[in-house]
Structures are given as structure tokens and as C-alpha cells.
Write a protein that binds this ligand. Structure first.
Ligand code: PGA
Length: 264
């Protein structure tokens, strides 16, 4: 069975409602001009209040909606937070969790990410779990162990069932938004490190159909300064099954070029 290739557009807090709708309108017009392969899963993650307007703008074309975060509790007195059931009502299918900007500015911990993963999976949505090292961690030679720990912590005590899908995004913190991605071979290496961490977890936690589950249900993608110029180099790398794109996804022409690069 061929797996899908993921292109996740993370618009972050860069676009308001009218800007998100305007971009979605052009994206839709461009998509309608081409034939999008069944193997491309294209997901747009707008700011929360723009989710419905973007959904209405896109209509019934084959673009999925994602959210940029969620709270771990299902409901209750959590001022300012948004629940998974609310996101589900909006038609969201994917939820980005543990993005480095949240880990840095909101002090989100591995434990919080783990609780969110549990909630998202329990509601049948697909978590996009972000992991990655800071420049200091990398300089100290800690990259692989930091990433292995983040993966293990995010998936700790998760009971796996065969219908669940999980995406793990390797995003080196120090290249996000910098315009300079890591070398594609490095992304490939880190994806192997993550895959090994997953095999270890499957063994320790007795995941049913462990290796098969990892191959079929867990997708590894790369994010961090992916653009029109470097996308092909990542696409060629073994184990890189998709891309999480911030800056380049804010420009309709660049975004369409990314889609075309995957779609050929
Ligand atoms: P970038 O952002 O493409 O601007 O580096 C990626 C991300 O943070 O998800």
C-alpha cells in the first residue's frame, strides 16, 4: 500500500481572517487548474478564527484543515483554550502539537504534549507532533538524544489501535523561519533516528503489530525553511514522507509551486 505524501501549510499567526480567506481563494483557484494526485494530502492550518471562513472558501475541494494547537482537557474551566471537540466540530482533521514556538513562548513541556496527543488520538484526529533540537543542544552534540526523548515523551503511555494515524515532524528549531534549511541528508538521518526511537517504543510498550503500525500509520515529515528551491532535495530523501511549511506557504505562488513539486 502506497503511503500519502503530506504537505502541511502552517500559517501560524501571520494571517488574519480576511488575509487567510484571500490566500485560500487563490490556492483553491490554482488547485482547480491542476489534477491533484490521490497520494498528496494537503493540509492548511489557519489561525483558529479563520478555520471556518477558510473552510467555506475552499468548499469541497480535497484540501484538509488543521489546527495549530489544542488543549488537553475535553471541556471545562480553561479560559482562553480550545477543545478538541470544538475543533472537530469545525471540520479539523489534523492538529499540530508541541511546535517549538509553543515550547519556547508558552513553555509547553513534553508532558503537556503527551496529554494533548492522548486527547487528539482519543477523538480520532491526527496529531502532527513537532520535535527538534535548539542550536545549543546541537552544538553540545545532544541532537539525537533530545529528539529521541521528545518522541518517547510525546508517545508515553499511548495505547495504540490500528486505526490511528500519527505524524511526527522533525523541525530543527534553529532553522525555522531562518530561510536556511538543514541539509536534506541530515533530515534523512534524523528521520532514521526517529524511526529507531519508534521501534524501541513499540517493543517497550507492546504496540500491536509494532513494526507494521510504524510503517503504515506513522508518517515522518520535515519542516524548517522548506521552499520552492530546496523542496526537491527533500522529496528525494528516503524516509521523508512530507513537509511542514511556514513562511513559503504564505505566498500563493510559492505554495502552488510546492504542491506542483510533490504532484508531478
Ligand atoms: P518555516 O516554518 O517554513 O517558516 O521555517 C516551519 C514551521 O515552523 O512549521
Amino acid at each position: 500500500m502506497s503511503k500519502k505524501y503530506y504537505l502541511i501549510a502552517n500559517w501560524k499567526m501571520n494571517l488574519g481572517i480576511s488575509e487567510s480567506v484571500a490566500l485560500a481563494r487563490v490556492v483553491k483557484a490554482n488547485i482547480l487548474k491542476t489534477r491533484v494526485s490521490n497520494f498528496l494530502e494537503f493540509v492548511i492550518c489557519p489561525t483558529y478564527p479563520a478555520i471556518i471562513p477558510v473552510k467555506e472558501t475552499l468548499g469541497n475541494i480535497s484540501i484538509k484543515l488543521g489546527a495549530q494547537d489544542v488543549f488537553w482537557a475535553e471541556n471545562g474551566a480553561f479560559t482562553g483554550e480550545v477543545s478538541v471537540t470544538t475543533l472537530k466540530e469545525l471540520g479539523v482533521k489534523y492538529i499540530i502539537l508541541g511546535h517549538s514556538e509553543r515550547r519556547e513562548y508558552l513553555k509547553e513541556t513534553n508532558e503537556m504534549v503527551n496529554q494533548k496527543v492522548k486527547t487528539v488520538l482519543a477523538h480520532g484526529l491526527i496529531p502532527i507532533i513537532c520535535v527538534g533540537e535548539t542550536f545549543e543542544e546541537r552544538r553540545e552534540g545532544l541532537k539525537d538524544s533530545i529528539i529521541t526523548n521528545q518522541v518517547a515523551a510525546a508517545l508515553a503511555n499511548i495505547s495504540i489501535n490500528p486505526d490511528q494515524q500519527i505524524i511526527i515532524a522533525y523541525e530543527p528549531v534553529w532553522v525555522i523561519g531562518s530561510g536556511q534549511a538543514v541539509l536534506p541528508e541530515e533530515a534523512e538521518h534524523t528521520h532514521l533516528v526517529i524511526r529507531q526511537a519508534l521501534f524501541d517504543l513499540a517493543y517497550e510498550n507492546h504496540w500491536p503489530a509494532g513494526e507494521n503500525f510504524i510503517r503504515q500509520n506513522i508518517t515522518l515529515i520535515y519542516g524548517g525553511s522548506v521552499n520552492e528551491e530546496n523542496i526537491n532535495e527533500f522529496l528525494e530523501r528516503r524516509g521523508v514522507e512530507g513537509l511542514l511549511v511556514g513562511t513559503a506557504s504564505l505566498d500563493a505562488k510559492k505554495l502552488f509551486n510546492l504542491i506542483k513539486a510533490i504532484n508531478k
